[in-house]
Design a binder for this molecule. Sequence first.
Ligand SMILES: Cc1ncc(COP(=O)(O)O)c(C=O)c1O
Length: 447
Amino acid sequence: MAKNYPHIQTPPPGPNARRIIAQDQRYASPSYIKEYPLVVARGAGPMIEDVDGNRYLDFMAGIAVASTGHAHPAVVSAIESAARKFLHICSTDFYYESFGTLCERLAKLAPGPEPKRVFLTNSGTEANEGAIKLARAHTKRQNIIAFRGAFHGRTMGAISLGSSKVRYRHNFGPLLPGIYHLPYADPYHCQVCREPASCTDSLACAINEAEALFHERLAPDEVAAVFMEPILGEGGYVVPPKAFVQYWRDFCDEHGAVLVFDEVQSGVGRTGHMFASQLLGVAPDVTLLAKGLASGMPLGAIVAKESVMTWERGTHGSTFGGNPVCCAAALATLDLIEGSLMANARSVGAFLMNGVRELQRKHDIIGDIRGAGLMIGVHFVRDRATKEPYHGLVPELEKAAFDRGLLLLGCGRSTIRLAPPLVIDEEDATIALRILDEVIASVRVPA
Ligand SMILES: Cc1ncc(COP(=O)(O)O)c(C=O)c1O
């Protein structure tokens, strides 16, 4: 059956959208970003309809969250049936079946042979906060290694770990002490070299910086944890070399630190594997999840080796974390992801990746393509020789795509992320590639 999207009947924002935006702009906090004037009325699968009847192909999934597509009937039905029973009782203090079932499921899914335990949160940032406490409590150490370009959320501990954009930290200090930022091994754009274009070994550069830190300023046996996104999310969808991730696995093994993988964006099937750590072949001690875990219902998780999750009774909890309706949504989501969507992310992801590589051959401003499954970054440069990022281009591309009915979102310094719901098919990918081709051709090319 032919798709009934994209379909733009009233150039957005239409009259209904403008009314809602005006109210929002008058009363909502000015801190929100609001990338472009999308005002959602409903969604189904990879389609979003706005309040003026325009239909879009969603290639950002509400920031990589709507993993099973919008309003998947199986997820909605699980939510409805859980909501009819009870909405809340507080998992910190009492029991219910879906909570234990989800903990068991995540514990058994997490990579590595050791038994795991699970703490459920409301969000990705809360999973990171909890993991900071867990690592400190477990090791009785304070210092943490984090990476340049990282994003872990917007609460105080998470912004202390992050270094993707200064505006997340500006005027919010003092932040958490004891956090050391080191370079992430970006194979395309070395974070250490003055002239990244001429660097041929960003892995060696990143590891040299780490070795220097441990030689000059920080004793390895004082490190509580290493917090790493196994694929940088907000930092630009960068996939590091396996050897980089393995270096930190070995470091943690040797020095008794906890290796935490923040898979809030990369987890739950998005890369075509349940966890990006499986793609890289390195198992962490702790995996953090949120975003796609419950298809859009607020839920996150700290999945830790039993030998690491040693904090004592009463030391950590949450009023809402692991809410019964969210647990039901997560269980239905995992059924779908394990059922066919992970495999779909792999096959349609490969198709999309090929298509984007063709676009790269056609458009000089595409410098790098990276990612796995349906987590693909298209990185734009002013000049392939210098690899100078094409600042300012991404908002233009987003707007031009939006006007044509394709929802995109940027990340990093000059990258478009392709993070659609995992339900898309090759026809959806073809539509997105056609629009992407058009909008890249329509924007200014560098002089
Ligand atoms: C890798 C990563 N960690 C943590 C977060 C924060 O998650 P939340 O917005 O649910 O707090 C995000 C959100 O984008 C993320 O991408």
